[in-house]
Design a binder for this molecule. Structure first.
Ligand code: CUA
Length: 314
């Protein structure tokens, strides 16, 4: 729709269609009422203008009229509310199956890692027609990941994971902006999203130095940081076995439970004594300053990949 209409930004994702349709509807409704109201205003100003021999007779109120102009807008705004909520929920809910990319924002660049390990800066190459999910975090201040052609914008906040998903629907090169003022070179924190045919994407990947993928990097870190000396399935281990826990709720020493997710892993690395697992002592040292946001994302990818160990002690 509107491919040749240059006032309309190009749309290149599945999300863009939903958002454009909603926006067009709002535009159409607004135009309709502007036309009706302005026309009535003009007609009435001429027809009921002040003239000698004519006197105004005030109207004292009309129930049917009141009901009409309360009821009609109510129905319209509720319709828009329900439609908007559906689009919002759909765009905010992570898909089950997706290619998962890691995005780290820092002054003043976007660092991106592909699920197969390749990384790039201020550019994101993706295959056409695949569902892509981005996990985003900032290393310093608040940035905002903004791709107008995809109708996507998400604040990227230090200490918090955000996620975004989309399915690119057209090949091409699209703008990537930082949309949150983040310091002197905010305006230079730009890049591009390149949507390639799957074959071309594969070729692009093959032409890149292939780093370890995040799961491999995480596994290596898990050994190098000596996480495995405590977190093992051996009986009497000083830390809980972490295999297969991702996404489940785990009990805490202080009572209650916590969802074992990205956020909990990050917090446990940086502030391990904040939420200690039930049945364990607060022995773990903090890894703050020793691990980068990229390292933490790799450790998370590794923990996500672990199947539950059989007979594991939780
Ligand atoms: Cu990063 Cu503005």
């Amino acid at each position: 729709m509107f491919e040749n209409f240059s006032l309309w930004p190009e749309g290149a994702s599945s999300v863009a269609r939903d958002i454009d349709a909603l926006y067009l509807f709002l535009l159409a409704i607004s135009l309709f009422f502007v036309t009706v109201i302005v026309s009535a205003l003009l007609v009435f100003s001429v027809r009921y203008r002040r003239r000698p021999g004519h006197h105004a007779s005030p109207i004292e109120g009309s129930l049917p009229l009141e009901l009409l102009w309360t009821g009609v807008p109510l129905v319209i705004v509720l319709f828009v509310f329900v439609w908007g909520t559906r689009v919002f929920v759909r765009t905010q809910t992570s898909p089950l199956e997706a290619m998962r990319f890691h995005v780290t924002g820092k002054q003043w660049m976007w660092k991106i890692q592909h699920p197969t390990g390749q990384s790039e800066i201020n550019a994101l190459h993706v295959p056409l027609g695949q569902t892509i999910e981005l996990t985003l975090i900032s290393e310093d201040v608040i940035h905002s990941f903004y791709v107008p052609a995809f109708r996507l914008k998400k604040d990227v906040v230090p200490g918090l994971y955000a996620s975004l998903w989309f399915t690119p629907t057209r090949t091409g090169t699209y703008h990537l902006f930082c949309a949150e003022y983040c310091g002197t070179k905010h305006s230079a924190m730009i890049g591009q999203v390149v949507v390639l045919d799957p074959a071309d994407y594969q070729q692009w990947l093959d032409g890149r130095p292939s780093d370890k993928n995040p799961v491999e990097t995480g596994a290596l870190l898990f050994q190098n940081l000596r996480c495995d000396t405590c977190h093992s399935s051996a009986s009497g281990a000083r830390g809980p076995d972490l295999a297969g826990l991702f996404g489940s709720d785990v009990p805490l020493a202080a009572g209650g439970s916590v969802r074992f997710d990205e956020r909990h892993v990050r917090e446990s690395l940086l502030e391990p004594s904040k939420r200690v697992r039930a049945g364990f002592q607060p022995l773990m040292p903090s890894y703050a300053g020793q691990v980068s946001e990229g390292d933490i994302l790799a450790l998370i990818a590794y923990l996500k990949s672990l199947p539950p160990a059989r007979g594991a002690r939780r």
